[in-house]
Design a protein around this ligand. Structure first.
Ligand code: GLU
Ligand code: ZN
Length: 495
C-alpha cells in the first residue's frame, strides 16, 4: 500500500502469470489468484500468461490439469499465452521444459552462483537440532560452500550424489510488496536452498523464477503463503540476470491475503466450500462466484458488493488490495450469486439452466420443440425466485416428467384429499384450459363453495400436481401442465 496509484494506468508491457500446480481439485484460492492477475492484466491492457507448474510427478495429475482448464473456461477467463493456445514462450507446461532447467542449472553452477552440496539428510537434521539447542536459526549452514577438491573426491568415493544449492548473498534483501509495502529479510533467515535434487530433478525454487524470467513476467501476484520464498527468488533473479537468462529485470511482487474458512483457519483444499467444481454443480453463476471472490481482499467501493467483471477490470488497483486475511463467507457468496441471477434476462437464464435440466434428465440433449416451448413458457414464472441455476430442476421438474416419474417430495394429507377431489371435479368439465378459467373454477368451488381459506384450498392442489409444497404459481402451472396431465395427477394423488 505504499506505492502511489499509477497516474497512467495503461501499460501494455505488463505481463502477469497464473501458474497453478495441477494437484487435486481446483479450489477458490486458486480462482481468486487467477482473478486478481487477470483483472490486473486487463486493467493495464497487458498480457495474462497461464502456465502449468507440473514438475512434481508424485502429486500432479492429468485429471487435475484438465479440471483446471475446464474451470478456467467455465469462469470465463481468457489467457493470452498458455495451454492450448501456445505463445512466444511455449511450451507452457513445465513438465515439457526440463531441458531449459537443466541448462540454467548448469550455468548457475558454472558461474559459482550455485554449488554442489553433499550433506545427507541425517547430517542436515543433526546440525539443525544443534543450532536450535544453541539458540541459532536452523536452516542450511553453508557447510559445502567451499569444499576442497579432496573433500569432493571423498564424498564421491562414498557414492554420494549432490544437490545443487543456491548461494544466497550475505546481505539483507528488501523489496516493496505491492500490497504490503517494504519488507526486509535478514540473511540469517534465508539460508542457501536447493535448486536441483540429488537425482537431477529441478525443484519449484528453480523452475518458477526461471520461467518468470524467461517469460518476462513483470508482476507476480500470488498468495501470502509464498511470501517467504520471495527473497530467495529475488536473489536468484540477480544470478539469472548475470548469466543472461531473461531480460534482466526483477518482477515486482504483490502477496494476496490469506482466505480464512470455518473457525478462522486457513481455507483448505479439503473444505467443501473450497471446491470450484462444487459451485458449478450447485448451480452458481460464474459471474456471481467471481464477484464474490473479488471481495476476498478487494473492494470496488464502500457499500457496494455487486459488480460485473468489466467494472472490476476498470477499477482494479493492486495497491488497494487489503493485506489482512479475508474471511470466506458462504452465505454472502450465495447472496451475491442470487443478485446476479436477478440481473439476467429470462432468456439468458433459460439458456443457462438448460444444461442443468439436461443433466437432471428432464430435457433431452437436443431439446424437443415441446420441451423448448414448455421451458420458454415456464421460466418467466420462476426466474425471479431462483438463487441458483439448479433450482430450475426442482421448481420445474414436475412439468417435464410423466406421472410415473414425478418425485413426490410432499404428500397430500387426509384433510387435503377432500379438497383435491373437489378440485378435480371442478376442473374436469372446464371448457377453456386457461390460467384465468382455472383460477375462476377453483376459487368458485373451493373458496366460495367450501368456504376454505386460500392456503387450505390451494396447498393440497399444489402438492397433488407438482409433488411439492413450494412451486411456481399454481394456476399458471396447471395451464402449462395441460388438462389431461393435471387431472390425472389430481387423481394420482388420491390413489
Ligand atoms: N505453482 C505454484 C503454486 O501453485 C505457484 C506459486 C507462484 O505463484 O509463484 O503454489
Ligand atoms: Zn552440504
Amino acid at each position: 500500500m505504499t506505492d502511489p496509484a499509477p497516474t497512467l494506468d495503461r501499460d501494455p508491457s505488463v505481463r502477469v502469470r497464473f501458474c497453478p500446480s495441477p494437484t487435486g481439485s481446483p479450489h477458490v484460492g486458486l480462482a481468486r489468484t487467477a482473478l486478481f492477475n487477470w483483472a490486473f492484466a486487463r486493467h493495464h491492457g497487458g498480457t495474462f500468461v497461464f502456465r502449468i507448474e507440473d514438475t512434481d510427478a508424485a502429486r500432479d495429475s492429468e485429471e487435475s490439469y484438465q479440471t483446471i482448464l475446464e474451470v478456467m473456461r467455465w469462469l470465463g477467463f481468457t489467457w493470452d499465452e498458455g495451454p492450448e493456445i501456445g505463445g512466444p514462450h511455449a511450451p507452457y507446461r513445465q513438465s515439457q521444459r526440463y531441458d531449459v532447467y537443466r541448462d540454467v542449472a548448469e550455468r548457475l553452477h558454472a558461474a559459482g552462483r550455485a554449488y554442489h552440496c553433499y550433506c545427507s539428510t541425517e547430517e542436515l537434521e543433526d546440525r539443525n537440532a544443534k543450532a536450535r539447542a544453541e539458540g541459532r536459526a536452523p536452516g542450511y549452514d553453508g557447510h559445502c560452500r567451499e569444499l576442497t577438491d579432496e573433500q569432493v573426491a571423498a564424498y564421491q568415493a562414498e557414492g554420494r550424489q549432490p544437490v545443487l544449492r543456491f548461494r544466497m548473498p550475505d546481505r539483507a534483501i528488501t523489496f516493496t510488496d505491492l500490497v504490503r509495502g517494504d519488507i526486509t529479510f535478514q540473511p540469517e533467515n534465508v539460508p542457501d536452498y536447493a535448486l536441483v535434487r540429488a537425482n537431477g530433478h529441478p525443484l519449484y525454487t528453480l523452475v518458477n523464477p526461471v520461467d518468470d524470467a524467461l517469460m518476462e513476467i513483470t508482476h507476480v501476484l500470488r498468495g501470502e503463503d509464498l511470501l517467504s520464498s520471495t527473497p530467495r527468488q529475488i536473489a536468484l533473479y540477480d544470478a539469472l540476470a548475470e548469466i543472461g537468462v531473461g531480460n534482466g529485470t526483477t518482477p515486482r511482487f504483490g502477496h494476496l491475503p490469506y482466505v480464512m474458512g470455518q473457525g478462522n483457519k486457513k481455507l483448505s483444499k479439503r473444505d467443501p466450500e473450497a471446491s470450484l467444481l462444487g459451485y458449478r454443480e450447485q448451480g452458481f453463476l460464474p459471474e456471481g462466484l467471481l464477484n464474490y471472490l473479488a471481495l476476498l481482499g478487494w473492494a470496488i467501493a464502500e457499500d457496494r458488493d455487486i459488480f460485473s467483471m468489466t467494472e472490476m477490470v476498470e477499477a482494479f488497483e493492486i495497491a488497494r488490495v487489503n493485506p489482512n486475511p479475508a474471511r470466506f463467507d458462504l452465505k454472502k457468496c450465495e447472496a451475491i450469486n442470487a443478485s446476479h441471477m436477478r440481473l439476467l434476462s429470462v432468456e439468458e437464464i433459460t439458456e443457462r439452466v438448460t444444461p442443468y435440466l439436461q443433466s437432471a434428465g428432464l430435457v433431452d440433449a437436443e431439446p424437443t420443440a415441446a420441451q423448448a416451448a414448455l421451458l420458454a413458457a415456464a421460466m418467466p414464472l420462476v426466474h425471479e425466485r431462483m438463487n441458483k441455476l439448479t433450482e430450475a430442476a426442482d421448481m420445474l421438474g414436475f412439468l417435464f416428467v410423466g406421472e410415473a416419474d414425478l418425485v413426490r417430495v410432499d404428500e397430500v394429507d387426509e384433510a387435503g384429499r377432500e379438497v383435491v377431489r373437489a378440485a378435480h371435479d371442478a376442473l374436469a368439465g372446464l371448457p377453456d384450459w386457461t390460467t384465468a378459467a382455472i383460477e375462476e373454477a377453483l376459487r368458485t368451488t373451493l373458496i366460495d363453495g367450501l368456504g376454505l381459506k386460500p392456503r387450505v384450498a390451494f396447498g393440497p392442489v399444489r402438492v397433488a400436481v407438482t409433488g411439492r409444497r413450494v412451486s411456481p404459481p399454481l394456476f399458471e402451472s396447471l395451464e402449462l401442465l395441460g388438462r389431461d396431465r393435471s387431472l390425472s395427477r389430481l387423481q394420482g394423488a388420491l390413489a
